[in-house]
Write a protein that binds this ligand. Structure first.
Ligand SMILES: Nc1ncnc2c1ncn2[C@@H]1O[C@H](COP(=O)(O)OP(=O)(O)OP(=O)(O)O)[C@@H](O)[C@H]1O
Ligand SMILES: [Mg+2]
Length: 171
């Protein structure tokens, strides 16, 4: 079963996407079957891997809402061992649309389950927030990688990230 790693930090611009793209490319270059899941509505990992705009209905938002099986949206990349689950701006709507859905924090985990066994590593590039998307990524993951800039406010941010389950008891 593949190891799922979320790359998360609610601070923006700390290197989440850069780490996700480069780490997944390194793993693929080492011939490890790797899947990069772009879980940020900014879709920087998607464009970073050479997909300017996924086709309508063919990105993670649709699989998160169980409208399309995830294996149908997985895209090949320039690297043989690296595949991409693309994102798009629509994903931003999920935060609001899922607010009443029971078990909404398990949706990404459920979406990834059918393809987990196909990959040695699944990396999830998270958005810069502590909202429902990041919670979904953390629930779906075995571990979390937190890129960080060495400054005081960054440490305050880490404290918020580490107590996330405590500050969100309804999740
Ligand atoms: N190790 C690094 N050293 C210097 N600059 C870096 C490093 N990693 C990333 N950068 C630069 O920092 C900027 C932000 O990086 P990136 O987009 O990966 O951050 P991010 O955390 O994904 O941002 P966001 O929160 O908006 O998703 C980019 O210009 C990138 O080139
Ligand atoms: Mg990013």
């Amino acid at each position: 079963m593949g190891k799922v790693i979320a790359i998360a930090n609610q601070k923006g611009g700390v290197g989440k996407t850069t780490s996700a793209v480069n780490l997944s490319a390194c793993l693929a270059a080492a011939e490890k079957q790797t899947l990069l899941v772009d879980f940020d509505p900014q879709a920087n990992s998607t464009s970073g891997l050479g997909i300017p705009q996924p086709k309508q209905g063919m990105h993670i938002y649709y699989s998160l809402l169980a409208l399309r099986p995830i294996d149908e949206i997985v895209l090949p990349t320039a690297l043989k061992f690296l595949k991409l689950v693309p994102s798009a701006r629509d994903l931003i709507g999920a935060e609001v649309e899922l607010i009443e859905v029971q078990g909404r924090e398990y949706l990404l985990k459920r979406a990834l389950n059918p393809i987990r066994h196909l990959y040695e590593f699944i990396l999830i590039d998270c958005p810069p927030s502590l909202g429902l998307l990041t919670v979904n990524a953390l629930v779906a993951s075995d571990s979390v990688l937190i890129p960080l800039q060495c400054e005081y406010y960054a440490l305050e941010g880490i404290s918020s990230l580490l107590v996330l389950p405590v500050i969100s008891p309804s999740w």
